[in-house]
Design a protein around this ligand. Structure first.
Ligand code: ADP
Length: 302
């Protein structure tokens, strides 16, 4: 197969691992910097161009779209879909997962456990908003934040009010969330492929912190998850519509609570903590689905 890895940086661990895994399995693999792709969106024969040449003959793409470039990245993935190329994650699911608020609303509607979360536009009723999520301490999150940046723990109502007012004053959209103290600064990253958790790790915040993101100095270790945690992560992936994703859970007194579904989960932490060859599992999934999709298409037109 000819596989494209849509990534801005061929040197990244995840990109490298996917490249290695795909070539080891006998595929022709190309890293495509999606920001340098341009496309003819109107033609009956949709095309994509890259560095002056048409991109042709791809069977599958593996999108690794960073949060800051979601809009253009998702447009490139969509164009590949129009060209009949299988994408490991659909563009619409990538876009859905990047909107934290939309994600939580969809998960809530389908009964997936979540920390109690509030969202408001005006500063007029900040105290009521804090009360609604159970009072201080609360976690305040910038909707546009990633990798733990813009996630603040406010231990008192006064601190929460100040932070909320400051963010709102800057016209930033925020979520106000119940603080899950039982999680004790750790979360569980479940790596889901095709509706199944294939690897899981516990991430712990560094001493004195509460955000367990590896980018914020957290550490990772192998963890055995419960059947309920497994089912919750699989369901969250299904609701958002992602074939390959990282679902982050907090262990709470009332069971697993989802805090995030990530459509481009890093491979370094999870492969390091679990010893699993996650990259090969992703490529294998792409192989299987590409064949399935092609045979359905042939049957459909025959
Ligand atoms: P980001 O998308 O920026 O990674 P998250 O919502 O995943 O933001 O939060 C970052 C980290 O902060 C999480 O990995 C978790 O350790 C901690 N955290 C987030 N929300 C809560 C919460 N409601 N209660 C306790 N800890 C939380």
């Amino acid at each position: 197969m000819k596989i494209g890895i849509l990534s801005r940086n061929p040197k990244l661990y995840s990109t490298q691992r996917l490249m290695d895994a795909a070539s080891k399995r006998g595929h022709e693999v190309h890293v495509v910097d999606f920001l340098r792709c341009y496309m003819d969106i109107t033609s009956k024969n949709p095309q994509m161009f890259y560095k002056g040449e048409p991109l042709q003959g791809f069977d599958a793409v593996i999108p690794r779209i960073g949060a800051s470039v979601t809009f253009y990245g998702a447009a490139v993935v969509r164009q590949f879909e129009m060209m009949g190329v299988f994408s490991v994650n659909e563009s619409v699911a990538i876009t859905r997962s990047r909107d934290k608020l939309r994600c939580l609303q969809l998960l809530a509607r389908r009964g997936v456990g979540l920390p109690t979360t509030g969202f408001a536009h005006e500063t007029t009723d900040v105290q009521e908003l804090i009360r609604k999520v159970g009072g201080a301490p609360v976690v305040i999150k910038l909707l546009e934040g990633t990798q733990g940046i813009g996630v603040v723990l406010a231990e008192t109502v006064t601190a929460a009010e100040s932070v909320i007012e400051a963010f709102m004053g800057l016209k930033a959209d925020i979520l106000v969330q119940e603080y899950i103290s039982e999680a004790q600064g750790s979360d569980i990253r479940c790596f889901v492929i095709n509706g199944k958790v294939i690897a899981a790790m516990r991430r712990r915040a560094r001493a004195g912190g509460f955000r367990s993101n590896l980018h914020r100095g957290g550490s990772a270790e192998l963890v055995k998850i419960t059947a309920e945690e497994r089912a919750t992560a699989a369901k969250a992936a299904r609701v958002i519509g992602l074939n390959v994703c990282g679902v982050d859970l907090l262990r709470s007194r009332r069971g697993p609570l989802v805090i995030e579904v990530n459509s481009s989960p890093g491979l370094e932490g999870i492969e390091g903590a679990t010893g699993k060859d996650v990259a090969s599992l992703i490529v294998e999934f792409a192989e299987r689905k590409t064949v399935e999709t092609a045979s359905t298409r042939t049957r459909g037109t025959g």
